[in-house]
Every structure is written in structure tokens, then in C-alpha cells.
Design a protein around this ligand. Structure first.
Ligand SMILES: [Zn+2]
Ligand SMILES: [Zn+2]
Length: 249
């Protein structure tokens, strides 16, 4: 989690810090566990030589996601540009990293949630669904639909589950006439509620900011398979091929 841009030099990796504590702020860069430095100082074993596949993955990661400062602020952890931050620019927590994003990315499943007495009844594992409108690997949509069961399937119509099979209104494409949130920004309200205001949704719809999701799943697939083939193979996961004249219920 503490890996920074200056630690990676082509095929070699320097290890001189770890990020602690594992599960929360305030974060701080600390010496690596048991003093296990790996650098070119004569007292240590030298930087780690990376196998070619790992060097290639790190290079690709840095090209796709430019290493960036974290959101710890001025009195922060003391780090520079990190390779692995969460979507909001914060550090990942050890306690949740295994289920999100690791397990989702590796298995294509959102792990089952155990019931927690008095708080939630738990949930079975669900396929990771993504919107591929802007290309692979897509942007995960949450909450995701349950896995299909049986041979017949239709998009779930359940309270609280979005109809990803229907066109969505990009409300953030326009300013909000109610709270004055600028385009691209979330709506705000005095109560702290972040729901998008209805007048904004109506304005966006009227202005034609409507689009279809390119819905598919991260469940393992044949690497050469095209999105339409995925959709045809896994209708329970990937939505359905909708005829243009299908009624939208
Ligand atoms: Zn930080
Ligand atoms: Zn608003």
C-alpha cells in the first residue's frame, strides 16, 4: 500500500517504507517490517529484481493510473506519489482490501456477506457487473444483480436494485437547478443527503443526456471473446440483447 513512484525503476523495486497502521488514519510511513529494507545501500541486499511479468504489470499500472498524492493532507503520511490508492485518493485498508477490490478483480465475484446479528441478513456472492460503455475493463456498477439461476432469466425488478438494462440519465451532465451543484459535481443538501435532485434528472433527460450501459461481467471469460458474445453467452449476468422495439416497462 505504501508503494510509490520513486520505488520502481524499470525492473527493480526499492523497499524502504511500509504504510501503517493497517486499518485507519492517521496513516504514517514507517520502516518496513523487521527492518527488511531492500535498497542499494551497502548494508542491505540491494533492490529487489522483479520478474519480467511483474515489471510489465507495474509499468502498465503506472501508465494507466498515474501515481498520485494521497488525500492525507499536509500533516499526512509523508508519502509522495502512490501507485495504489482507492477511487477517492485515499489509502486502501488492509481489512477490506481482500474483498474489495482484490477478490472482485481476481474471481469476478462480489464475495458473500455474512449475516450480522441485528444489522443485516447477509447476502450470497454475486457476479461483478461493469459498464463497458467506455471500454474494458469497465466501471463496476453497485449494487450488482444476483447471479442467474435456472434457464429462464429476466432483469430483476426488485426495489433497491437499479434497472441497469434500461437507459440511464446522466444527471451530472447538467447543473442542478435545485441546489446549484455544477455539472460533474454531486448534489448536496443541508441534511448531508447526496441524492440527485429530481429537477436535475428531469433537466438532464430533457437535454438528451441519456445513454445505455454496456453491461457485462468480470466473471472469467475467453480472452478473445467480444462483448456481444459475452452478452449472448451469459444473459443472466450480462443483460440481454434488447430488440430496439422492445417496450421499456
Ligand atoms: Zn497518505
Ligand atoms: Zn441538486
Amino acid at each position: 500500500m505504501g508503494l510509490q513512484h520513486h520505488h520502481v525503476a524499470a525492473t527493480r523495486l526499492t523497499i524502504d517504507v511500509q504504510l501503517g497502521p493497517p486499518d485507519g488514519r492517521p496513516f504514517e510511513l514507517e520502516p518496513p517490517k523487521e527492518g527488511s529494507y531492500r535498497n542499494d545501500h551497502p548494508h542491505y541486499f540491494g533492490a529487489v529484481d522483479l520478474p519480467p511479468f511483474l515489471a510489465a504489470l507495474l509499468t502498465r499500472q503506472m501508465a494507466d493510473r498515474h501515481p498520485a498524492s494521497c488525500d492525507c493532507g499536509d500533516d499526512g503520511c509523508g508519502g509522495g506519489r502512490f501507485l495504489f490508492l482507492n477511487k477517492r485518493g485515499g489509502h486502501h485498508l488492509h481489512g477490506t482490501y481482500a474483498t474489495h477490490p482484490w477478490e472482485k478483480a481476481v474471481t469476478g465475484w462480489v464475495p458473500a456477506r455474512r449475516p450480522r446479528r441485528g444489522r443485516s441478513s447477509g447476502a450470497p456472492a454475486r457476479p461483478v457487473m461493469v459498464d463497458m460503455a467506455e471500454g474494458w475493463p469497465g466501471v463496476p456498477v453497485t449494487p450488482t444483480w444476483p447471479a442467474a439461476s435456472g434457464t429462464t432469466w429476466a432483469p430483476p425488478v426488485v426495489r433497491g436494485l437499479p434497472r441497469y438494462d434500461q437507459p440511464v440519465v446522466d444527471a451530472r451532465a447538467v447543473d442542478c437547478p435545485r441546489c446549484r451543484a455544477a455539472a460533474g459535481k454531486a448534489c448536496t443538501s443541508p441534511s448531508g443527503d447526496k441524492h440527485t435532485h429530481q429537477p436535475r434528472i428531469a433537466a438532464a433527460r430533457a437535454a438528451g443526456h441519456i445513454r445505455e450501459l454496456g453491461l457485462t461481467s468480470w466473471l472469467p471469460i475467453n480472452p478473445r471473446m467480444t462483448p456481444p458474445q459475452v452478452t449472448a453467452l451469459a444473459p443472466g449476468v450480462a443483460g440481454r440483447d434488447r430488440h430496439p422495439h422492445d417496450p421499456h416497462p
